[in-house]
Design a protein around this ligand. Structure first.
Ligand code: AKB
Length: 321
């Protein structure tokens, strides 16, 4: 039975993953780690323990690990790509120095560790279409550089110290629960809210910008299933390519128009986000994840769009957004 600490439990992935893990392993066994200013509320607060867990404070993390006999850490602390570009030192301190704290504690207390990587771990010299699992990784953003460092450090701790580190390279994640903040792929979330609220969307990326994307329920399944996978079958560890769909703003807008025929999209480019998006792959090859631990996404552009619009329309009618 697992005793889990989630660092970053109130963030975009953490707020949903914490509840899912509590449903699977029991509320008391999943500690929601948060930082000051991002306290858990509602179901997240009521369904299990919560502790201040600042990734830069190794002593604080060590006390939680001992108190709850933690054997598995989901390390979700990170700045997303666009915001990391404006705060590179902080991005490194959280993303890389923070991970080193986690890995050292995991070595001492024999914990397994999941630290998500990203399509941002690739760069302009990576093959852009059907990007292979093992390929060139020369990203040109601080976010990508820190993700590559995280992948390498996680493999290093596995090979040198036997720490059970595992990870996936997430594409853009689309959810109707907790909004993302400061990512390059965030337009693919914002567009649904704008479609429902105003029927029009100002897109920061140009038509023809293809990137991999995934609906949050598949991303949560990936986080659970990779940590449950039979280690004997894992030839890779940090980190597996995974994807569910690849589209550009025009294809997404056309899909939304099937439900809201009057929906319109205008382009108002953000130079930095466009440059980041242009340096990322158009589509990943996720065959290693499929072969080694059975990765198999359930959501595609059609069923995701139907579900996103249904949930957001309900929230809109209730005046929640
Ligand atoms: C971002 O856009 O920064 C993230 C990611 C793909 O890692 N969503």
């Amino acid at each position: 039975m697992k005793n889990i600490l989630i660092i970053g439990a109130t963030g975009q992935i953490g707020s949903e993953l914490t509840l899912k893990l509590r449903r699977i392993y029991g509320g008391d066994r999943v500690v929601a780690g948060y930082i000051v200013g991002c306290e858990p509320k509602g179901e997240l607060l009521e369904s299990g323990p919560a502790e201040l867990a600042d990734i830069s404070n190794a002593q604080q993390l060590a006390e939680i690990i001992k108190k709850y006999k933690i054997d598995t850490i989901y390390n979700l602390a990170a700045l997303l790509s666009a915001v990391a570009e404006s705060k590179p030192m902080l991005a490194w301190r959280i993303g890389v120095d923070g991970l080193l704290n986690v890995l050292e504690l995991a070595r001492e207390h024999k914990c397994a560790v999941f630290t998500p990587s990203s399509i941002g771990a690739f760069g302009p010299s990576t093959p852009a279409d059907k990007t292979p699992q093992d390929t060139i990784q020369r990203p040109q953003t601080i976010y990508g550089i820190s993700k590559v460092a995280d992948e390498l450090l996680s493999d290093y701790y596995y090979k040198k110290y036997g720490v059970d580190t595992r990870s996936v390279r997430y594409p853009g994640l689309i959810s109707n629960v907790t909004p993302p903040g400061g990512g390059t792929t965030d337009y693919a979330v914002d567009i649904y809210y704008s479609a429902v609220k105003s029927g029009t969307f100002e897109c920061p990326l140009k038509a023809g910008t293809f990137m991999d994307m995934m609906y949050m329920p598949d991303a949560l399944d990936a986080a659970v299933n990779i940590m449950e996978a039979d280690p004997a079958k894992l030839k890779h560890r940090n980190a597996f390519n995974i994807t569910a769909m690849s589209f550009d703003p025009e294809i997404l807008a056309a899909e939304i128009r099937k439900h809201i025929p009057s929906f319109s999209i205008e382009y108002k480019l953000e130079t930095m986000r466009q440059a980041i998006a242009d340096s990322w792959p158009n589509s990943l090859d996720d065959s290693c994840a499929r072969e080694e631990w059975g990765w198999n996404p359930r959501w595609n552009l059609e069923n995701m769009t139907e579900d996103m619009l249904k949930v957001i329309e309900e929230k809109h009618k209730k005046g929640l957004i």
